[in-house]
Write a protein that binds this ligand. Structure first.
Ligand code: HEC
Length: 136
């Protein structure tokens, strides 16, 4: 998945644009629609929203993994930071939500987690673009 993504955005990346710019083509409205459909069982998205099975995701963009204040049920996410995921940006969010299981294999040694998604992977960039809007 990441490879496909990198290939699709390779031109922009090699031109020296930042990853954020290169991947900024996700459809925010479609991402919001899918987030409401498949993420809301476990996450809230509003500022100050409560933590549920997963942490509140307002402001997640630009943060390091597993640093949402007040959420104490992290499983695999703390390992992401130890294995090279410095922050949640469009690239890392897209790779994660497209296939959390594969992401955990790669960055957390397959550590178990309650995060399971039924998102068609092709909409992952849209969801990432939506998450990017959740900040002041
Ligand atoms: C079945 C519950 C569940 C669903 C559905 C779910 N998540 Fe999660 N999510 C979690 C849990 C639990 C964690 C903490 C994961 C861990 O530490 O292993 C998490 C973590 C995350 C994180 C990392 C948070 C951090 O602080 O580093 C992001 C980003 C995220 N989810 C986005 C999403 C998105 C976007 C969707 C929908 C496409 C989604 N999740 C669907 C339960 C869920």
């Amino acid at each position: 998945m990441l490879r496909t993504l990198m290939m699709a955005t390779g031109v922009a990346l090699t031109l020296g644009a930042s990853t954020t710019v290169a991947l900024a083509e996700g459809d925010v409205a479609n991402g919001e629609k899918w987030a409401n459909r498949v993420c809301k069982a476990c996450h809230t998205f509003d500022k100050g929203g409560k933590h549920m099975v997963g942490p509140n995701l307002w402001g997640i963009y630009g943060q390091a993994p597993a640093t949402v204040e007040g959420f104490d049920r992290y499983q695999a996410a703390p390992l992401f930071a130890e294995n090279g995921i410095e922050e949640w940006n469009e690239e890392t969010l897209t790779e994660y939500v497209a296939d959390p299981e594969a992401f955990r294999q790669k960055y957390a040694g397959g550590h178990e987690s309650a995060m399971v998604v039924s998102l068609p992977p092709k909409f992952a960039p849209d969801v990432a673009a939506y998450l990017k809007t959740l900040q002041d």
